[in-house]
Design a protein around this ligand. Structure first.
Ligand SMILES: [Zn+2]
Length: 258
């Protein structure tokens, strides 16, 4: 087992063990009946050494001026620097940072050698699943921003109890089950069945672009190389060409509506 395999395994084990507790915490943290609690790590539920984990890694957008990202679901544009979720320093600095280093290498290899092993593709898929999960955690926390309030704490999203009636429209149960789906995907080790759902596109020029539909798909175009990737989280295809055609169709629609 390589180092990155071990890190991914730790992540799976932790989410199998603590996923329920974490999802419940994230979905109900701001419920008026919930007492204010310490932040917990959204990967292992630890409350010690909580750090701010970037939803999209810094290296991905650091060369880019447009540091925003969009979510197809609510059309909210999120300023990248504020797109943070709580993670303990072990998960953030040891596990996730290590996995990211591995992914950078895999993407660079894909660019330079025009090839990527199934092993690397499976790891990129795992990494995309982690991003989808972080986006959903972020989305749960950010729902409160919509109701624009000066008491809102932009770092962590503390929200006053008086917003209860808004909370009723937010459906924490739905958030909970979405978070659970997203966690469950991460806990499944095998990703071979997703290979045909992973589409690689070579843009003419390197260009950062990002969008996602939670639990459905994600698109990432890298700023430093001529690689863009699209992945269907749930949809499975007998032939890669079918996935590629559908992905291109979605990309075209999203970019046109931008
Ligand atoms: Zn942790």
């Amino acid at each position: 087992m390589t180092q990155v395999d071990l890190k991914l395994k730790t992540l799976r084990v932790n989410l199998r063990k603590y996923g329920k507790i974490i999802a419940k915490d994230v979905a109900y943290r701001y419920h008026p009946a919930t007492e204010t609690k310490e932040e917990i790590c959204v990967f292992c539920s630890s409350t010690s050494n909580i750090t701010k984990e970037h939803v999209l890694p810094k290296w991905l957008i650091e060369t880019e001026l447009h540091n925003t990202m969009t979510s197809v679901v609510n059309k909210q544009t999120v300023i990248y620097n504020r797109a943070l979720v709580p993670a303990c320093s072990e998960c953030n600095n040891s596990i996730l940072a290590f996995i990211e280093k591995h992914i950078i290498r895999a993407i660079q290899n894909m660019d330079v050698f025009n090839d990527c092993s199934n092993y690397d593709v499976c790891n990129i898929i795992r990494w995309l699943e982690i991003i989808d999960y972080k986006l959903q955690v972020l989305d749960c926390r950010r729902k409160y921003i919509k109701y624009g309030n000066s008491e809102y704490d932009h770092d962590w999203g503390k929200f006053p109890v008086s917003m209860m009636r808004h909370f009723l429209t937010m459906n924490p149960w739905k958030s909970y089950s979405w978070l659970r789906n997203s966690q469950r995907r991460i806990t499944i080790k095998e990703k071979i069945d997703g290979l045909n759902s992973f589409v690689v596109i070579r843009p003419c020029v390197p260009n950062f672009y990002f969008f996602n539909l939670p639990n459905e798909y994600i698109f990432l175009s890298f700023p430093t190389c001529r690689i863009a990737i699209f992945y269907f989280f749930k949809k499975r295809y007998k032939y890669y060409e079918y996935a590629a055609a559908e992905a291109l169709d979605i990309i075209k629609k999203v970019i046109e509506s931008d």
